[in-house]
Design a protein. Structure first.
Length: 564
């Protein structure tokens, strides 16, 4: 069985959460007697059980321990799984003093005092070792001696179990215990950390916010007891395999870091290319290694971000000399807005500042220009501040959580009454943009495009609606611009202000943000190319997920074979 494990370590470890599952499998095989071979010369566990019972009886007779209430007999029909012939099922409380603790009032200053937070979840690594004088805790403490098993009964799913390396004291949420007869403490630790035992305690834990294992349930737990010699062999093999897992984890972490750095470097060479020839060379380098570079969800997401940045730099589609220059397009937008002001259809806006050369984040093609969002937009508006309700015939109100990956998701929104003040002016129209102005720093500036029906939806006050003159400027292109990584880096992050734990970039600042403006015809070509490439990225991610599922199925099949 160990050969099956070691021969397939790369496959098992490479599956989703593979190393974690591999560690769990090692522990599960250990307590099922399938990790190391049995030795017919070992004293059977049934004899060990008798020696434990004799020692327990002696301690009772000498008054060193109290006689305990008898536990339920082992029910052969209810045993969790089959054990090797030399093993026995017993109850944890039959062979150990689980739940019997000694509290101490006086603790020496230099004594080791252990709290639950000192133990790392799942791994049970000791994170720190504090002395009483450093903590000077007034709460009750359980005492323990070197070699005791220390079991964290609070939130047992955190899997915090230690073997004491010296005498000390611990929180009463940790139960120190030891076997009445000869035992290998680290085998007991393995058993209590195994998926089998974890499943048992999770089923038996009580308390919603602070679940814990009751003492009686712990004592009644079925415990798989191997021969004493085999306990030693199991511990040695588990240590060996866990060290292998550590090395695999370190190798994977190093490989992931190197992979991320390589992806960032090659993608960065595209956005930083100095001219067309440099860009072509960078793209060629990327293309040659495409299928080895983009093998993770994070690398595909990085590719998506780079595509958005290339789009707004004029590097995604070729320029066409016959296109009307962006400078002329901006004049037409200004003229149309002036006409609408004269006709009383929109309010006259405050003039925005001239764009200084030092403010321009990057170079764009000659036919492009730079502009501020407030100059491009027909208008910008804050949304409704009214409280929303679960109304069947109301107006759904879109919120920040509805903006995902540049899109506005519809369905499941709370609503306001149709008679709410501010409507119908604050109804959304197709291709309106919603910009999130306040939240945690990473969510401020989140922007998505609304593609629903006109006159059906509104939006919350911490969102800003940006409406364009669609016949003169593509809202889809503006959405691409505002979701490009360079926009966040140069236009949002420098203006983030923290107030009451939340960041904010308001509408005035937003209207002054810079976007690169291509000719209108090129805007449409860019949007079409972005849609095409994003769809390809999504297909690549879907194939990656399918491959991961197949990998996981193979790993699960191996696990089932190992445990069977």
């Amino acid at each position: 069985m160990t050969a099956l494990l070691t021969d397939n370590l790369p496959l098992l470890a490479g599956a989703p959460n593979g190393t974690k599952k591999l560690r769990e499998l090692i522990l599960e095989l250990a307590v099922r007697g399938k990790l190391v071979p049995q030795d017919p010369n070992d004293e059977p566990a049934s004899e060990l059980l008798k020696r434990i019972a004799d020692e327990k009886a002696r301690l009772v007779a000498e008054g060193k321990i109290k006689k305990q209430k008898p536990l339920q007999e082992v029910d052969e029909e209810a045993l969790p799984f089959e054990l090797p012939a030399a093993w026995v099922w017993t109850r944890l409380g039959e062979i150990t003093n689980f739940g019997t603790t000694t509290k101490k009032d006086e603790i020496p200053d230099d004594a080791w005092v252990l709290d639950l937070e000192d133990i790392e979840k799942d791994t049970s690594r000791l994170l720190q070792k504090a002395r009483f004088k450093e903590r000077n805790s007034l709460s009750d403490k359980n005492s323990f001696t070197k070699g005791d098993v220390l079991y964290g009964k609070l939130r047992p799913y955190l899997n915090k179990v230690l073997v004491a390396e010296e005498d000390g004291f611990c929180t009463t949420e940790i139960l120190p215990f030891r076997c009445y007869g000869p035992f290998v403490a680290h085998y007991f630790m393995i058993a209590l950390k195994s998926p089998y035992f974890l499943s048992y305690v999770n089923a038996k834990s009580y308390g919603m916010k602070m679940p814990r294992l009751g003492t009686e349930d712990g004592r009644q737990a079925y415990f798989p007891l191997p021969p004493l010699a085999e306990q030693h062999r199991i511990v040695a093999k588990v240590d060996e395999l866990m060290a292998l897992c550590d090395r695999l984890e370190a190798q994977q972490a190093d490989a992931e870091i190197a992979h991320t750095q390589l992806v960032q470097a090659l993608l960065g060479s595209l956005t930083q290319a100095s001219d067309a020839a440099d860009f072509a060379q960078s793209w060629q380098r990327l293309a040659e290694h495409f299928h080895t570079l983009f093998t993770t969800e994070s690398s595909i997401d990085a590719l998506k971000q780079t595509l958005l940045q290339l789009a707004v730099m004029g590097k995604l589609v070729p320029q066409v000399p016959s296109d009307e220059p962006a400078s002329e397009l901006l004049k037409r937008i200004a003229e149309e807005k002036a006409r609408l002001v004269a006709d009383g259809k929109i309010k006259k806006q405050k003039p925005l500042g001239e764009i200084a050369v030092s403010d321009i984040p990057f170079d764009v093609p000659d036919s492009w220009a730079w502009s501020r969002i407030g100059e491009i937009a027909l208008n910008t508006e804050y949304g409704l501040s009214e409280k929303t309700f679960d109304l069947q015939d109301g107006v759904p109100v879109l919120k920040m959580g509805d903006i995902q990956e540049g899109k506005v998701l519809l369905g499941g929104q709370m609503a306001v009454s149709k008679s709410t003040e501010g409507l119908p002016e604050l109804y959304l129209e197709p291709e309106d943009l919603l910009y999130n102005r306040t939240n945690s720093a990473e969510l401020v500036g989140k922007t998505g495009i609304f593609l629903g029906q006109a006159g059906k939806y509104s939006f919350a006050s911490y969102l800003i609606r940006i409406r364009c003159l669609k016949e003169l400027f593509s809202p889809l292109y503006l959405n691409t611009s505002m979701n490009a990584p360079g926009f966040r880096e140069t236009q949002i992050n420098p203006h983030l202000k923290q107030q009451c734990g939340q960041a904010n970039v308001n509408g005035t600042i937003m209207k002054n943000m810079l976007v690169s403006v291509p000719p209108l015809a090129e805007q449409h070509r860019i949007v079409a190319k972005v849609d095409e490439l994003m769809a390809l990225c999504d297909q690549l991610k879907a194939r990656l997920n399918q491959a991961r599922q197949v990998h996981e199925q193979l790993a699960n099949a191996l696990v089932e074979q190992a445990v069977a």
